[in-house]
Write a protein that binds this ligand. Structure first.
Ligand code: COI
Length: 354
């Protein structure tokens, strides 16, 4: 347990903020003035500090670099009309980070450490929260092994860190996806449900092959038969088929997306029929051919609600209805945005005000 006063704060001598062009913010390239770090040593979290954002010394022998012993989270903060920062579903990210930590043999992060460090850092860099429509402050907590040892064993030393970046949209246009039936993202018993760095690193090559053919992302299928839809590169996938919201049921090869859960909660709250179940590629393609798949979208923190305009499968592209006709995904996008910024009530208690 930490108390905020135990966090040492070393502020920058000159903020980089005036140099930033907020009218054109790319995703993930601009970082705020400060970052938070804590060390796990001798069985406890210690040395809580906020320092200027910058490069860090790291042992060349750390298992984080050699064996990918690293996990991360993604959250967003929005500046509300009263100037406070509203962080969306921080406690759910904290819980998921600990699920990832357990799978990757890393230490538990206490709620106080996660929430207090987050609040202290956002408090300090609050003026970096962009205000343009669709923009937000992306929060990236991460943890990695900090041992100096290249044998394989559970590590003893770790670093927990948080960096912040003002971001615009992750996908600037509706996305084109390709159903992947050769490469595999995750299998039963693997690390697919954890937000482990390696899950993403291993997906870059298959995704690049699809990108070379004009798609933005892959839709992964199960690693055994490549028959069932799993998730997309940076998000969960959802479809409106026959007026029902359908998404793959969670399993140990699918990330339990927090935006996914938010969309499902809103849909149920609105009385929409919702199904979390297996969706076969054949069922999806048949639905696209019959025209009963009226909406397809990705749901993720970075991606928010990303409309899918086209699905490629075995050399054929299936086009979906125009974005303006997508009643559910447009409504859910607007409602989530309104809850996140505090301009609509928060019936689910998702917001932490800083
Ligand atoms: C997020 O949506 O926050 C993610 O972690 C996706 C990321 C790999 C860009």
């Amino acid at each position: 347990m930490i108390a905020t006063e135990k966090i040492s704060i070393q502020k920058v001598s000159k903020s980089r903020l005036p140099e930033i062009d907020f009218s054109n913010i790319p995703f993930g390239k601009i970082y705020t003035d400060h970052m938070f770090l804590a060390d796990y040593k001798e069985g406890e979290w210690q040395n809580f500090r906020i320092v200027p954002y910058g490069y860090m010394p790291i042992s060349p022998a750390t298992p984080a670099l050699h064996y990918g012993q690293s996990i991360f989270e993604g959250m967003k903060a929005i500046k509300s009309k009263d100037g406070s920062a509203y962080v969306f579903r921080a406690l759910d990210n904290w819980k998921r980070m600990n699920i990832s930590a357990e799978r990757m043999c890393m230490p538990y992060i206490p709620e106080e450490l996660f929430m207090e460090s987050l609040s202290a850092l956002i408090e300090l860099d609050r003026s970096w929260i962009p205000t343009a429509e669709g923009s937000s402050l992306y929060i990236r907590p991460f943890m990695y092994s900090a041992d100096e040892y290249i044998g394989i064993r559970p590590s003893e030393n770790f670093t927990f860190q948080i960096i912040l970046c003002p971001v615009g949209s992750y996908y600037s246009t509706p996305v084109k996806v390709k159903i992947e039936k050769h490469y595999t993202r995750a299998v039963a018993g693997g690390t697919g449900f954890a937000k482990a760095g390696g899950n993403y690193g291993g997906a870059i090559y298959p995704a690049k092959m699809a990108q070379d053919k004009g798609y933005h992302q892959l839709v992964w299928t199960d690693g055994v038969e490549h028959k069932y839809i799993e998730e997309s590169g940076t998000m969960n996938v959802m479809f409106v088929m026959d007026n029902t919201l359908i998404t793959p049921a969670l399993s140990d090869s699918i990330l339990a997306g927090i935006t996914r859960d938010s969309v499902l909660s809103l849909a149920r709250h609105w009385g929409m029929k919702v199904e979390e179940r297996r969706i076969s590629v054949d069922e999806l393609i048949a639905g696209l051919e019959k025209g009963i798949v009226t909406e397809a979208f990705g749901a993720g923190t970075a991606a928010t609600i990303a409309h899918i305009e086209l699905i490629g499968h075995e050399g054929k592209d299936y086009h979906l209805p125009p974005i303006e006709k997508r009643e559910f995904s447009n409504r859910v996008y607007k409602e989530l945005d309104a809850i996140k910024s505090g301009s609509q009530p928060d019936p689910f208690g998702w917001i932490t005000k800083i």
